[in-house]
Design a protein around this ligand. Structure first.
Ligand SMILES: Cc1ncc(COP(=O)(O)O)c(C=O)c1O
Length: 374
């Protein structure tokens, strides 16, 4: 048996008629950039999040730095996040010209640890970017309390958790804006790149809408801006897929529960934790080896057994060669939990179209490896 890491083609085949119909509608409309399909998808995305606005953008990285720019955050300002996220979270802070300030993650959820944030706040701090890492929301109530106390802006990096929720809060409810990525491997992904920002703030909406289109709302009338639009073909794919996202996330949760039941009792790694009252959407199912030196042998063992295991993300941002590349960066306190996460994480195959046989094969092989460790 071979178990792939992604199921893009299976997913396409399952809803091919719906996707193809939308693509054809766009192709025959003659409108491919900022056309009616983008408008439709933006409306659907805003409705899905329960926000007033949604703006389609070129990718999830742009969504973060355009949000920062719309909030007036740039050179001389500091933005707090954590170093065991995908590189783009920090990259977006640097593109905006601000300083990235890293604090540790929570040892259980791997999302930013709210208890570590206040020590990092200085008069230059302007915003916090929590990441809903692996598909589970960060503790937004605790983070919002700190943001309010210190008058900081809050941007949720929601590239990995569309459809997730926390105990008593929804994504984009407690922040200034939430950003997402639609790169193919995300829970909601198109066949290529794109992203979006959702917000209830009319000023952010107006600014980002203009910035994404060469600083223009009207033909031939410009201010400084960029080109970061979500084109209508991708919007058509996403509109078709958005109708299925809750069911797909339910499937991810089902496979996660099966992994967790099957791997319970293993001695050489820990399993992911879903916080009570949270809806974790398992963008990734991450186990962590007890010892860092066990990680690569486990991945090799799985790959040799035709299981496409990966790591997310095996080198923390501040441990990348050349860090911080001449950009502003600070680390506040120990970031040992983030470093341990990077050193021990193993991602098992996780996508809605997995089969029970595939999940059981992965469980059997991981448990075989575990027993062999003693
Ligand atoms: C946490 C996180 N932030 C930001 C991004 C950036 O998104 P994109 O690749 O669409 O620019 C990604 C994914 O790629 C991500 O996982």
């Amino acid at each position: 048996m071979k178990v792939e890491f992604y199921g893009h083609v299976r997913q396409y085949k399952n809803i091919q008629k719906e996707i193809d119909a939308n693509l054809q509608e766009v192709l025959l409309s003659g409108n491919y950039v900022q056309g009616p399909m983008l408008k439709r998808f933006e409306g659907e995305l805003a409705k899905y999040h329960g926000t007033k606005f949604a703006i389609g953008l070129g990718n999830g990285t742009d969504a973060i730095w355009l949000a920062l720019m719309a909030l007036g955050i740039g050179p001389g300002d500091e933005v707090i996040t954590h170093p065991n996220t995908f590189f783009a979270t920090a990259e977006a802070i640097w593109i905006a010209g601000a300083t990235a300030v890293f604090v540790d993650c929570d040892p259980v959820t791997k999302c930013i640890d709210p208890k570590k944030i206040e020590a990092a706040i200085t008069p230059k701090t302007k915003a916090i970017i929590p990441v809903h890492l692996y598909g589970q929301c960060a503790d937004m109530f605790a983070i919002k309390k700190i943001a309010d106390k210190h008058k900081l802006k809050l941007i949720e990096d929601n590239a990995q958790a569309i459809g997730a929720s926390g105990k008593g809060f929804k994504i984009a409810e407690l922040s200034d804006a939430a950003t997402t990525s639609f790169i193919i491997q995300k829970n909601l992904g198109t066949f290529g790149d794109s992203g979006a920002l959702v917000t209830n703030n009319a000023d952010i909406d107006a600014k980002v809408r203009k910035l994404r289109n060469h600083g223009s709302n009207a033909r031939n009338v410009h201010s400084f801006g960029f080109n970061s639009r979500l084109d209508d073909l991708h919007a058509g794919v996403l509109s078709a897929k958005l109708k299925h996202i809750d069911a797909w996330n339910d499937n991810r949760r089902k496979w996660a529960a099966r992994y967790t039941a099957g791997l319970k009792g293993a001695k050489n790694f820990t399993l992911p934790t879903e916080l009570p009252g949270y809806r974790h959407v398992f963008h990734l199912y991450i186990i962590e080896t007890k010892k860092p030196e066990q990680r690569d042998p486990l991945v090799d063992f799985l790959v040799k057994n035709n299981i496409d295991a990966k790591t997310h993300y095996s080198i923390a941002i501040h441990q990348q060669a050349g860090y911080p590349w001449g950009k502003g960066a600070r680390i506040v306190g120990s970031v040992e939990n983030a470093e341990r996460n990077a050193a021990t994480c193993v991602s098992l195959p996780m996508f809605p179209e997995l089969t029970a046989e595939e999940v059981d094969y992965v469980i059997a092989k991981v448990m075989e490896w575990d027993k062999a460790q003693g």
